[in-house]
Design a protein around this ligand. Structure first.
Ligand code: ATP
Length: 247
């Protein structure tokens, strides 16, 4: 589903050059929830941004769902990249990134509006997703009227609205207290299974590593360890995948 080969991204030049991602290669099969871990500044966000088409690599190849996003002789324009992002990915950020003046339902409906999904179909999908994340009774509330955990659930529902092939989540629980964070992670694990999406989740949280099918560790921009390569990752497969969705 996700193929990354010889990926490199350097910021700055000469003595000040920072090799944020350096010669990273791995493949993520369809439906896998892959946690990306590493110390602060190790390159997790840069790696996720490259794969999600939010940034362009200096070298290497990225293919998602058989579509080449970057590689030799493949320099997509911003418009093409935006179209691929819209079709292939759903994003969840640490900061939730919801639109404050819109209700929960309107926030979730944004990707569907952009796609000009017919109103009835859109409303049905929004209702299903908000129920799935346990917010069926909060559809009219605005982000400012919701807790951090609730806001991140709305953001998760929005990321899934377009039925993306890949969910990219960058420290999705970074701004939440540990108990709320844990609930959001369990929910993320459950919706990834329910929606059959492939997921890349940058995290510092041990619970997310436990819930993930696979853990990739990066350090100084390089891939340091891969639980699948060590033959240990499969042990985690499906852990929590059958977790109950909230009522
Ligand atoms: N736009 C940029 N310009 C210059 N340097 C950058 C830029 N973005 C990231 N870097 C540098 O690249 C390295 C990797 O950063 P990145 O944000 O990918 O790490 P991270 O693992 O996500 O960190 P954190 O866990 O703190 O979010 C860091 O040294 C960072 O300072």
């Amino acid at each position: 589903m996700i193929e990354v080969e010889g990926l490199r991204r350097t910021f700055g030049a000469g003595e000040n050059a920072v090799h944020a991602v350096e010669d990273v290669s791995f493949t993520v099969p369809e439906g896998q929830l892959c946690a990306v871990v590493g110390r602060s500044g190790s390159g997790k966000t840069t790696l996720l941004n490259l794969i999600g088409g939010l940034d362009k690599p200096d070298a290497g190849r990225i293919a998602v769902n058989g579509k080449q996003l970057a590689g030799p002789g493949r320099n997509l324009g911003e418009k093409e990249l935006a179209a691929l992002r819209r079709d292939l990915f759903g994003f969840v950020f640490q900061s939730f990134a919801l639109i404050p003046i819109l209700s929960a339902a309107e926030n979730v409906g944004i990707p569907l509006r952009l796609r000009r999904t017919p109103v009835a179909e859109r409303e049905e999908r929004v209702e299903l997703l908000l129920n799935m994340v346990g917010l069926g009774g909060h559809t009219k509330q605005r982000p400012g009227e919701m807790s951090g955990g609730q806001q991140q659930r709305v953001a998760l529902a929005r990321a899934l609205a377009n039925s993306p092939r890949v969910l990219i989540a960058d420290e999705p629980t970074g701004q939440l207290d540990s108990e709320t964070g844990r609930a959001v992670m369990r929910l993320l694990r459950a919706v990834v299974a329910a929606e059959n999406v492939t997921a890349l989740v940058a995290t510092h949280d041990p619970l997310m590593m436990e819930l993930a099918d696979r853990v990739i560790t990066v350090g100084d921009g390089r891939l340091l360890a891969d639980s699948d390569a060590e033959g240990a990752g499969v042990g985690g497969a499906g852990v929590g995948a059958s977790a109950e969705l909230p009522a």
